[in-house]
Ligand binder design. Structure first.
Ligand code: PRP
Ligand code: MN
Ligand code: MG
Length: 179
């Protein structure tokens, strides 16, 4: 375990099993619908890479980069599109891939953008959910794990751009972000 981690919440193996289950459900639901799978950078890149390998229907992939957090652990309340999609979403069955839903601000903004661009359907798969922190009314269609209200990192999630590469999700030691 990384020295800055207080406790592992879900191991690499537990995550991989969950991702497989989610991929199987998505495969059933998206048969014949040619989904446009959108990875929300940066946090969702690892989940996205693992999840699409478990989806057994033809699909297309695109990326969007948005940011609502700076280096702080608190949301600034502002969502910014840093990189937009390369393809139009009009008429498409869009599947948004997120690592975590916290306040819900990022996703509610994204869903709104994609609906205004006339996507045929907008569906959300999020590996982690922190319902305690929700301010926007919103829930994922496919959800992995519910997390306690702790500062978590790993499996794509960062603190000040670090720890994204950890293969598990864990609670960061408080002394790391309070110093
Ligand atoms: C994190 C995370 C989600 C979002 C969740 O992204 O990856 O996208 O915050 O928080 P919310 O529900 O309160 O909006 P972040 O903005 O830190 O960018 P990153 O993915 O590049 O780390
Ligand atoms: Mn993110
Ligand atoms: Mg972040």
């Amino acid at each position: 375990m990384h020295n800055d981690i207080r406790e592992v919440l879900y191991s690499e193996q537990q995550i991989q099993e969950k991702v497989k289950e989610m991929g199987e459900m998505i495969s059933r639901d998206f048969e014949g619908r040619n989904p446009l799978v959108i990875c929300v950078l940066k946090g969702a890149f690892i989940f996205m890479a693992d999840l699409v390998k478990q989806i057994a229907v033809p699909l297309e992939i695109d990326f969007m980069a948005v940011s609502s957090y700076g280096v702080s652990t608190k949301s600034s309340g502002v969502v910014k599109i840093i990189k937009d999609l390369d393809v139009p979403v009009e008429g498409r069955n869009v599947l948004i891939i997120e690592d975590i839903i916290d306040s819900g601000l990022t996703l509610s903004y994204l869903i709104d953008v994609l609906e205004r661009r006339n996507a045929r359907s907008v569906t959300v798969a999020a590996l982690f959910d922190k319902p305690a922190r929700r301010t926007a009314e919103l829930d994922a269609d496919y959800k992995g794990f519910v997390l306690p209200d702790e500062f978590v990192v790993g499996y794509g999630l960062d603190y000040a751009e670090k720890y994204r590469n950890l293969p598990y999700i864990g609670i960061l030691k408080p002394e790391i972000y309070t110093k």
